[in-house]
Design a protein around this ligand. Structure first.
Ligand SMILES: [Ca+2]
Ligand SMILES: [Ca+2]
Ligand SMILES: [Zn+2]
Length: 592
């Protein structure tokens, strides 16, 4: 079934992930290739019980008209030089790195990059400018042109600094034993935290979780499978003067409340994913959960922000707008969930997929800090955020004037969406729309069911290039997998209410330019019998299938190919020539 997606060779799809889940459903994730090079963002997932696949989603391209040489004329080193020249800083972390930031070296992959109507052979480069800024670049592998770039790190709220590089470690020597301590957090509440004794020194390292690997760990400096809080000693990770060290004590007493909060909240978030979703840590394979506290702003002042940099959570001690950020469980949950998202659907941090990335981080932040629908209520100052929260899933307008983003206003309906280019296309703004859909859904079915559905959608259905409509389809499908009519209707109603409509996948060609062609709607008949094309006035143009349609049809980026699964569980496709309006008729995909 994985093979032969029309007009492309079967060999162009390769299985990247296969999983059979707890209800016995298989999910096959496939990457599309062009001349043996992966096409960026082209992923298809098929799903079904007992390998009887009856649902397909994702995004793929018809490549028959493409004419791109797959042999680069610019080499990888040159591409990295171009990235560094553009960043204005060199950051090939090749020296003296501790295990904490071992993954900050640039990562490069050759891809076929469809972008704004053209198709490129490109180097996709992840490059850290410093500990705070991770950038993604697409460099033309034929002429070295910078095709596209974006920063792909979430700050809890968005104003960005720059400059500086190179971190130096103060982390020193090694020896044993798990201990616990009682200490006050930023609420002045006594918390029991797990610490670790090596020789006569206690460290803020929690080695009690079932992800802990005693064989791989060298404590305290190179642990494996721990929850670990580190002190940045009021230095800034954008500067070469950045320093960090263990939070430690000679008596197992802990007076830095931010460290107690960070360690405690890290444990709650770990437990949430473990007990509710059977997920082993952020990366799914027992990777360390690292929080860095006492992080300063670029100018050395106290930082009113928090972020996940792809490796660790960073927390500032607050400013005129925020209290100490480590205080808030939902902030910790949000930032850690970015790591979970990166290790599952890995939604592009831009446009609608970026807003979904932000939304899933808020959704799980609000599920981990379960007592309200708000984000940041324990850390914002009301002088800046009038509602007393940074964001509110129940009411994304959040008590602020329309479009007053700085005061925490977000759109709650697709009609209100932000269409500008700031904030990677409004990823922290338009997240309000799917956030509100989650609230509407969870408010009907309850958080216990809603979280199962959302985690399933994130881990089994969504892909890198998923858009709002794909989230709708994924949530409805995940609900269908797990629950019944009441819940399915609640999911549909939730997305209807925020204006995310449609039953087939989005136009993936670009986030920025919309297709100038006329819109058509693909619909199934009553009881899913028959497949029709309607115009956008709701008039039936043509019936293209008599079959009972099992899956939501999926449409290629250019609208020329429709693919769907019928009730016989076979995959069919049709091609449409829009210039002549000739439909090919139903064809069966080969099973190879
Ligand atoms: Ca709360
Ligand atoms: Ca909250
Ligand atoms: Zn975020």
């Amino acid at each position: 079934e994985a093979s032969a997606l029309m007009q492309v060779n079967a060999a162009d799809f390769k299985i990247s992930h296969f999983e059979t889940d707890e209800i016995g459903m298989s999910h096959v994730r496939m990457q599309q290739y062009y001349h043996n090079i992966p096409i960026y963002g082209a992923e298809v997932v098929t799903h079904g019980l007992a390998n009887d696949f009856d649902f397909l989603n994702g995004n793929y391209y018809t490549t028959s008209q493409w004419n791109v040489s797959s042999v680069p004329t610019v080499n990888e080193a040159k591409a990295l030089d171009i990235v560094e020249a553009d960043l204005g800083e060199s950051l090939r972390y090749d020296k003296d790195m501790t295990p904490i930031f071992s993954n900050t070296q640039p990562k490069t992959e050759m891809v076929i990059f469809p972008y704004q109507g053209s198709v490129y052979l490109a180097y996709h480069v992840y490059q850290y400018k410093n500990m705070v800024e991770r950038w993604e670049y697409f460099i033309d592998a034929h002429d070295g042109t910078l095709i596209h770039k974006r920063m792909s790190i979430c700050k809890l709220h968005h104003h960005f600094g720059n400059a500086g590089h190179d971190a130096e470690s103060n982390i020193s020597a090694p020896l044993d034993g798990k201990t616990t301590a009682n200490a006050k957090d930023l609420f002045d509440i006594n918390r029991t935290i797990n610490t670790y004794q090596v020789g006569s020194t206690y460290y803020m390292i929690d080695a009690t979780r079932d992800m802990f690997s005693s064989t791989a760990a060298q404590l305290p400096n190179d642990p494996s499978g721990v929850i670990w809080t580190i002190d940045a000693m009021n230095t800034t990770p954008t500067k070469s003067s950045f320093k960090y060290d263990h939070v430690k004590s000679s008596s197992n007493t802990w007076s830095d409340k931010a460290s107690v909060s960070a360690q405690y909240n890290g444990g709650i978030a770990y437990n949430y994913y473990k007990t509710v979703h059977n997920r082993k840590s952020i990366n799914g394979t027992g990777g360390n959960i690292i929080s860095i506290i006492n992080v300063s702003d670029d100018d050395g002042s106290s930082m009113g922000n928090a972020f996940w940099n792809g490796q660790a959570m960073f927390y500032g001690n607050g400013d005129a707008a925020f209290l100490s950020l480590a205080r808030a469980l939902d902030v910790a949950g949000h930032e850690m969930s970015h790591g979970v998202i990166e290790n599952t659907a890995n939604l592009d941090y831009e446009g609608e997929s970026g807003a979904l990335n932000e939304s899933f981080a808020d959704v799980f932040g609000a599920l981990i800090d379960r007592d309200d629908w708000k984000i940041g209520e324990d850390v914002v100052r009301t002088s800046v955020f009038p509602s007393g929260a940074l964001r509110d899933l129940q009411n994304p307008h959040n008590g602020a004037a329309t479009n007053n983003f700085d005061a925490g206003w977000q759109p709650k309906h697709f009609n209100e969406r932000y269409t500008g280019t700031a904030d990677n296309g409004g990823v922290h703004l338009n997240s309000g729309i799917p956030n509100h859909a989650f609230y509407l859904f969870a408010n009907v079915v309850g958080k216990d069911k809603a979280e199962k559905v959302y985690y399933r959608a994130l881990s089994q259905y969504l892909t890198k290039s998923s858009k709002f409509v794909d989230a709708r389809i994924a949530i409805i499908k995940a609900t269908t997998d797990l629950y019944s009519t009441t819940e399915i209707n609640a999911a549909k109603a939730a997305f209807d209410q925020v204006g995310i409509l449609g039953d087939s996948g989005g136009n993936y060609e670009t986030d920025v330019n919309t297709n100038p062609g006329q819109d058509y709607v693909l619909v199934t008949g009553e009881n899913s019998s028959g497949l029709y094309i309607y115009d956008n006035a709701g008039k039936e143009l043509v019936k293209i299938s008599n079959k009972t349609i099992f899956s939501k049809p999926s449409v290629t980026d250019d609208g020329t190919v429709i693919i769907y699964v019928a009730s016989d569980h076979k995959i069919y496709y049709q091609t449409i020539d829009w210039s002549t309006e000739v439909v090919s008729g139903e064809k069966l995909l080969d099973d190879q």
